[in-house]
Design a protein around this ligand. Structure first.
Ligand SMILES: Nc1ncnc2c1ncn2[C@@H]1O[C@H](COP(=O)(O)OP(=O)(O)O)[C@@H](O)[C@H]1O
Ligand SMILES: [Mg+2]
Length: 733
């Protein structure tokens, strides 16, 4: 199984599926921790941003203890199988407290030994194209220590990186919310909005808007109706004065006029009458009938005025006063006429048969009577004119009022219609989001959660609904992406499981033959040198070449097997400065030979760490060798240590070509290599070791400028605190 340029081989692929498994393993891990079961985990970098698989102590001992090739083959197979999300039973008894960090490349943020998630990344995370958290060319690899209080630590995590993954656990949405404060605040606000309680954004609810619109239309219609009723009432009042006031007065005045004519004719007949008996009856008629009729009519007229005056407007009352005055004048004139008539009648009655023209003084009385009659006549006509005038005025006033009311009602009705249309338009506008939401919901139903965002403007319930809808669509989209990734991962893992089995078998098959070939070729070379036949030197050189190549193949096989069975670190209290110094002394000659200048900066105040020195040395050797290989034409290599937040850091920085971001996300994958003769296992192994030490290995690289690998190991408390710490049992190195 030879890796080639940029070839990602078997295990690197199955290692990517660990995220989903890891998520599923959290609850079981906590349960195992409670039961006091000693559980161990192994993590592998994932472009998908999740930590690797876990393995319990027993299986590990089995793997390490057996040592046989068959056992190794089984180990590889087990590893592959353990990656399959579809085999949860294999995940029972995983290490407590290790949960994947959402989107982190490599292992998730580690739990702090004190039980508090050390989940604060030093750099703001951003997503890599692979879904991993890659900050400014950095890939983070962390390993969590065994969490003593996994549950508490989960809740104490301030940024939520250690709190599980979105969608990967039992209730991912809640966990994510609980660990993201702004999100929580946002949710609370949203809920408050839904409840309609004191939120600035909640201006007017839809129900209020509809009610206000309805009320506006109602008020407008009511105003129109009220105005109409008032106008009608006023017109009615005017007309009733005409019909029950002026009109009866006209009739009374008319009848008075008719009686007056009759009286005048009666007077003429009286004056022309020569028969004294006839004259006497005419006089009696005149004195009784006409006088009584006139009095009665005048009284009715006054009564009528009195009635009409009640409830009449001031103007109408003034008019009625005028008519009343006219009536009094008329009454006086009638009285004058009565008097003149009475005097003439007395004279005629006294003189008996004498004709009126012949009676002395009669002419004067007749003239006086005629004058009175004309005056009464004139007065009646004046009264009629006045009443007629008032009647006409009342009617034209009613007409004018009717016209005004008509136009006012038309205008107000149009205004009410306008208000109604405006309210309808506003209601439509307020309810327009419903149509958009419906359409978006249909699109969502058709399965396109990425393209269903609806505008969230406004402060009413629909805006809240739109925000909720968008949030839901986003969660759905995220879940869908996750499911898709998991589905792909499952397919890959099945394929890789088969490849892993074959790889283990091949390793098993070629390892022993390789060593035989190497020994035999060496033997052959030696014999050729001892008794060289013709051309023996060339044959011996060929044997040497065979030995070299076979040794290389054996080394590759060994590296593969080393990766397949990283032993449990035998930790002791160690000084990383010492380890680095030893290592650099060891590699200095080869660096000098490669033209690489070496600088070392060791921090005198570096905290001690709990480490398997041999493994850490192996890790650093891999980093240094990679750096050397990245600078074939020479360059500078800076190796330094420093303390940070109680942890010990080792940095290995080179001036090589750097790593493209796309590759950066994959360099920790097993079997990922860009080298002709690389195995792609150096960094995978290094990361494995870092994680086994509860540390992290990260890489930052700027293409064209160089690469920096940083190993972070948690420091252990100093001597005085040793007795109180869990690492008290660590021996001195
Ligand atoms: N210091 C570095 N500078 C540039 N690229 C590097 C460096 N270290 C590692 N890489 C890249 O990471 C890949 C994986 O490295 P590694 O796992 O050690 O496997 P190998 O060295 O066998 O290729 C390398 O092939 C190389 O492309
Ligand atoms: Mg390497």
């Amino acid at each position: 199984m030879r890796p080639h340029d940029c070839t990602e081989l078997t295990a690197s692929r199955f290692a990517r599926h660990r995220a989903g498994i890891q998520r599923g393993g959290n609850a079981r891990s906590r349960r195992a921790a409670r039961q006091g079961v000693s559980i161990r985990f192994r993590h592998v970098a994932q472009p998908g941003g999740r930590t690797g698989r876990v393995e319990d102590e027993r299986s590990r001992r089995q793997r390490l203890g057996a040592g046989g090739d068959e056992e190794r083959a089984r180990t590889i197979e087990r590893r592959v199988r353990a990656e399959e999300p579809a085999a949860p039973s294999r995940l029972r008894g995983k290490r407590a407290g290790r949960r994947p960090a959402e989107g982190a490349v490599g292992s998730g943020p580690a739990h702090h030994p004190a039980g508090i998630d050390r989940c604060a990344h030093q750099h703001p995370p951003r997503r890599s194209p692979h879904g991993g958290k890659v900050g400014a060319g950095q890939v983070h690899f962390e390993r969590r220590q065994l969490a003593r209080k996994p549950v508490q630590s989960r809740h104490l995590c301030p940024s939520g990186h250690g709190g599980g993954t979105a969608g990967g656990q039992g209730n991912p949405g809640e966990e994510e919310r609980a660990s993201h404060h702004p999100q929580v605040v946002h949710d609370l606000r949203r809920r408050a909005l839904l409840l309609g309680i004191g939120c600035r954004e909640m201006r007017l609810s839809i129900a209020t808007k509809v009610f206000l619109g309805f009320a506006a239309v109602l008020v407008m219609s009511g105003a129109v109706s009220l105005f109409g009723i008032v106008q009608m009432h006023r017109i009615g009042q005017g007309l009733s004065l005409v019909s029950s006031g002026y009109f009866p007065l006209t009739r009374i005045a008319g009848s008075l006029e008719a009686f007056q004519k009759e009286r005048e004719r009666s007077t003429d007949r009286l004056l022309a009458e020569a028969d004294p008996a006839q004259r006497a009856s005419l006089i009696a008629l005149d004195r009784t009938y006409f006088a009584r009729i006139a009095d009665e009519r005048l009284a009715r007229a006054r009564e009528q005025i009195q009635t009409a005056r009640e409830g009449a407007s001031a103007r109408d009352r003034a008019a009625l006063e005028r008519i009343d005055a006219r009536l009094q004048l008329l009454s006086a004139r009638i009285a004058e006429e009565d008097q003149a008539a009475s005097m003439l009648a007395q004279l005629l009655a006294r003189e008996g048969r004498v004709a009126a023209e012949d009676l002395p003084g009669a002419q004067e009385l007749i003239a006086r009577l005629k004058t009175s009659e004309r005056r009464v006549d004139h007065e009646i006509r004046t009264l009629l004119n006045v009443i007629q005038e008032q009647m006409n005025g009342g009617l034209s006033e009613a007409e004018r009022q009717e016209r005004t009311a008509r136009w006012a009602i038309i205008g107000l009705s149009l205004l009410a219609l306008g208000v109604g249309l405006l309210v309808t338009w506003l209601s439509n506008r307020a309810l327009a989001p419903i149509a958009r939401l419906t359409e978006a919901a249909q699109r969502l139903g058709r399965g396109a959660p990425d393209a269903v965002a609806v505008p969230e403007g406004g402060g009413d319930e629909l805006a809240v609904l739109a925000r909720e809808f968008n949030a839901m669509a986003q969660r759905l989209a995220a879940r869908e992406r996750e499911l898709r990734a998991q589905g792909e991962a499952l397919v890959r893992s099945e394929r890789l499981a088969a490849i892993g089995r074959i790889a283990a078998q091949i390793t098993h098959e070629i390892r022993n033959p390789l060593s035989s070939i190497s020994l035999n070729a060496e033997e052959l070379g030696e014999r050729l040198r001892e008794k060289p036949p013709e051309g023996g030197d060339a044959a011996a050189a060929l044997c040497d070449a065979i030995v070299r190549e076979v040794d290389r193949l054996a080394a590759v096989t060994e590296e593969y097997l080393r990766y397949a069975r990283v032993p449990k670190p035998q930790v002791v209290r160690a000084d990383l400065n010492e380890t680095v110094r030893d290592l650099l002394d060891f590699v200095r000659p080869e660096l000098v030979a490669a033209g690489v200048r070496l600088d070392q900066h060791l921090d005198a105040h570096l905290p001690e760490v709990a480490a398997d020195v041999a493994q850490i040395r192996q890790l650093l050797l891999n980093l240094v060798r990679n750096a050397r290989e990245a600078m074939p034409g020479g360059g500078a290599l800076v190796v330094g240590t420093r303390a940070a937040d109680g942890a010990a850091l080792v940095e290995v920085r080179d001036t090589g070509p750097g790593i493209e971001p796309a590759r950066l996300a994959r360099i920790f994958d097993p079997f990922f290599t860009t080298k002709e003769r690389g195995t792609g296992l150096g960094l995978a192994l290094a990361q494995e070791i870092a994680q086994e030490h509860a540390g992290e290995l990260t890489c930052a690289s700027i293409p064209g400028q160089g690469t920096t690998f940083t190993l972070r190991l948690p420091g252990v408390p100093d001597e005085r605190a040793r007795s109180r710490t869990p690492v008290a049992a660590i021996a001195h190195s």
